[in-house]
Design a protein around this ligand. Structure first.
Ligand code: ADP
Length: 725
């Protein structure tokens, strides 16, 4: 309420001015009127007193003689003659004792006036009141007082005049207030009109009309304010312009910078991509280069292994070559795996596999290591695990070996465990340990390549790649590897993989030794397109041995020519060959008449499995990665051409008689024997040597025997003897 009143009265400058002027005027006028009326009243009183005095004097003079003579008859007349004064209220003549001798109101004659003034100097006594002037005067005859005269004059006329004066004052005040307010309003309007003009321009500028100006003429403060405002707007406009220009320049500069940077980035990306391509090509070539001779080594070793005439010693040597070669092959694969992950080339190949078998092989490997460290190792499952599942056994195995290997490596007391639990079509794997655990801030980083925790670094082992590879593998297989750990309370690594149950794998290569093609089959013509002479010879011998007709081509073009002239049933096609590679040759053959029915299987040494898509797209029926396995070779041809083979009843590579001391290894305590067997299987000379050292005191004979075999790199024999073969 008060606020609204305040706004109503003082809400604008104009109102403040009007109210200010009106109030000031009213106050001034009221003050002026009050002073004037007071003055007027004083003047009128004075005048009335003078009248009263003159009247009383005249009465006293006229009545003095009568009074002295004590003749009171003429006194009444004197008094009555005074009634002509309009404002006369009373007039009376009294004797010295205060008795009324004559009175304008005859009814009061002979009464006494009690309050006569006690004058000694014969001066009149005057009484003023609001209503009247009351004057009492001694009537003197010479120096003798002969009586009293008393006169009362009313003040009505004076009051009437004063009222008129007040009315006039009021009228003037109203007129003054009106004129003052009007003037104030006009002045206010003049002032505020300019302020409103400034405000309107300010609003316009705010809404984008930066050209608007106030443009006030005059010299007063409002006009000066308007001009200062315009000047400020001009300055701002200039500054805006300058800013815009610099902004445009800045943007241009930025665009140039961005363009430059983009070009640099594109160059850097191109360089990185080409480096990446070069790396991939290098890896691909390298793997080809490494696998091609390895192929020959393993292939010939396999051939020799099957030679029944081989003396036992030579057979052991060949077996050692075979094992060492396979180990080398797996090392090459592992190194390539890391590179493949980095270049984004790792792919997952799902196939049916025997889950318990895979777990068992991992378990056997880990158990030895765990027992060696005195750790308990348990493998458990919650619920029924499927027998055959569809998944990537190779990668799953690698992940489990890595996680369990870490668990054993970093745990010094307690135990490690692997727990599995089917969850729908998936299986959850938990690998736990009672080791040192991992600090929370390190848990987020352990899956980064090359990251090692404090305790990991302190161990002085490892590269920090294992978990990064495992994490990537699990991710590619459709899961997520995570860790839960509290420092000092062990760690649990978990992941869940989709591993739907399936039937037994159809194409487990027949492990029986193929002797010959079964009789009553028409001759089968096989073309081998392969540029490496060793491999050519190896494949040719493997094929001819069992009765195939074989022709060789050392490049793709030659293969096409032979196909046209010789019409083979089956072609082994190396994909990397001079003159014309396997892709072109396959496409050319498929385009020829009869080319669509011939079976073509690619031979590839490339480590990059995604080549498979390109190989199938070129027209091949299937592919086999080198190094070749004789049984896979025969099985593949058998499948595609519907062939039948004659098999040996047992593999001739069966273990020969064990040397005399061999049996003695079986006498070793089981834990030690298992440890030795694993070290031998892993072809780890240092580990074998360390075990030999420990054996020397209690089993000197066996220790010497193992040392001898290890010296000849015959770890396979050590492993066999441990198994009791
Ligand atoms: P490394 O080859 O060093 O073992 P990993 O990638 O396998 O590399 O592991 C990375 C780091 O994580 C290791 O340095 C180790 O400190 C830590 N780590 C891995 N597994 C465990 C575990 N089970 N307990 C404690 N620390 C672990």
């Amino acid at each position: 309420m008060l606020k609204r009143l305040h706004a109503l009265l003082f809400g604008s400058l104009r109102r403040q001015l009007v109210w200010g002027v009106a109030l000031t005027n009213a106050l001034l006028m009221a003050l002026f009127a009050w002073v004037s009326i007071e003055r007027q009243m004083d003047v009128l009183h004075e005048r009335q007193s003078e009248y009263a005095d003159a009247l009383a004097q005249s009465i006293a003079t006229s009545s003095a003689g009568w009074l002295a003579a004590r003749d009171y008859s003429g006194l009444q007349e004197i008094v009555l003659s005074q009634r002509r004064y309009p404002e006369l209220l009373f007039a009376m003549i009294l004797d010295n004792s205060g008795r009324i001798l004559a009175h304008s109101d005859p009814a009061r004659l002979n009464q006494y006036v009690l309050d006569l003034p006690q004058t000694t100097d014969h001066r009149p006594a005057l009484i003023h009141s609001e209503e009247l002037v009351d004057l009492t005067l001694p009537a003197m005859l010479g120096k003798r007082q002969v009586g009293w005269v008393r006169v009362g004059l009313g003040l009505q006329t004076a009051q009437a005049r004063t009222r008129l004066l007040a009315l006039d004052g009021l009228i003037y005040a109203v007129i003054a207030i009106c004129i003052g307010s009007l003037l104030a309003a006009m002045l206010g309007w003049r002032l505020t009109r300019r302020l409103y003009a400034i405000q309107a321009v300010s609003n316009a500028v705010q809404t984008g009309d930066s050209e608007r100006r106030v443009g006030l003429a005059g010299v007063d403060e409002a006009a000066r304010l308007g001009r200062a405002f315009d000047a400020m707007l001009d300055a701002l406009a200039l500054r805006d312009q300058a800013l815009q220009q610099s902004e445009v320049q800045h943007r241009r500069h930025l665009e140039e910078l961005v363009q430059d940077r983009t070009e640099q980035l594109v160059q850097a990306r191109d360089a990185a991509e080409s480096a990446n391509r070069a790396k991939s090509t290098f890896l691909s070539n390298m793997s080809h280069e490494l696998r091609t001779p390895l192929n020959a080594i393993l292939g010939f070793a396999q051939l020799m292994e099957q030679d029944e005439r081989l003396p036992p010693d030579a057979r052991h040597n060949i077996e050692t070559i075979n094992r060492a070669g396979r180990h080398l092959l797996s090392l090459i694969n592992d190194v390539l795996e890391i590179s493949r992950i980095e270049t984004g080339h790792t792919t997952i190949q799902n196939a049916a596999f025997d889950l318990p078998d895979t777990i068992k092989s991992v378990e056997e490997m880990i158990r030895v290591r765990a027992e060696y460290k005195g750790l308990a190792f348990t493998v458990a499952h919650v619920g029924e695990l499927p027998l055959y599942v569809d998944g990537d056994a190779h990668h799953l195995r690698q992940v489990l070996i890595n996680l369990l290997g870490n668990a054993v490596k970093y745990t010094d007391q307690g135990g490690v465990w692997l727990r599995m639990q089917p969850v729908g079509d998936s299986i959850r794997f938990d690998v736990g340990d009672s080791g040192p655990g991992i600090a929370p801030d390190e848990q987020t980083r352990i899956f980064q390549p090359f990251y090692q925790t404090e305790s990991g670094i302190a161990k002085g082992e490892g590269t920090g790649l294992g978990l990064a590879i495992s994490h990537e593998f699990v991710h590619l297989m459709g899961g997520e590897l995570s860790v839960a750990s509290n420092p000092g309370q062990g760690s649990v690594f978990s992941f869940t993989l989709p591993l739907p149950e399936t039937t037994a794998p159809a194409c487990i290569a027949d492990q029986r030794l193929v002797l010959h093609l079964a009789p009553d089959q028409p001759p089968v013509r096989i073309l081998v397109a392969e540029d490496n002479a060793d491999n050519q010879e190896l494949i040719a011998r493997l094929l001819e041995k069992v009765g195939f007709e074989v022709r060789l081509a050392d490049n793709g073009q030659r293969a096409v020519e032979i196909f046209q002239s010789w019409r083979p049933h089956f072609i082994w096609m190396d994909m990397r060959m001079p003159v014309m590679d396997g892709y072109q040759a396959t496409q050319a053959i498929r385009a020829l008449s009869g080319g669509e029915s011939v079976k073509i299987v690619a031979l590839t040494a490339s480590a990059f499995r995604e080549n498979r898509a390109a190989i199938l797209a070129a027209g091949c029926d299937d592919m086999q990665a080198k190094p070749l396995d004789a049984n896979r070779l025969y099985a593949q041809m058998g499948d595609l051409l519907g062939l039948r083979y004659r098999y040996a009843d047992a593999t001739p590579a069966a273990a020969p008689e064990a040397p005399a001391g061999g049996r003695q290894l079986q006498d070793l305590p089981e834990a030690l024997r298992n440890e030795l067997m694993t070290a031998a299987e892993l072809l780890d000379p240092e580990a074998v040597h360390a075990i030999v050292e420990r054996m020397l005191a209690d089993y000197p004979e066996q220790a010497r025997q193992v040392d001898e075999l290890a010296g000849e790199y015959r770890f396979d024999r050590v492993a066999e003897l441990c198994r009791g073969a």
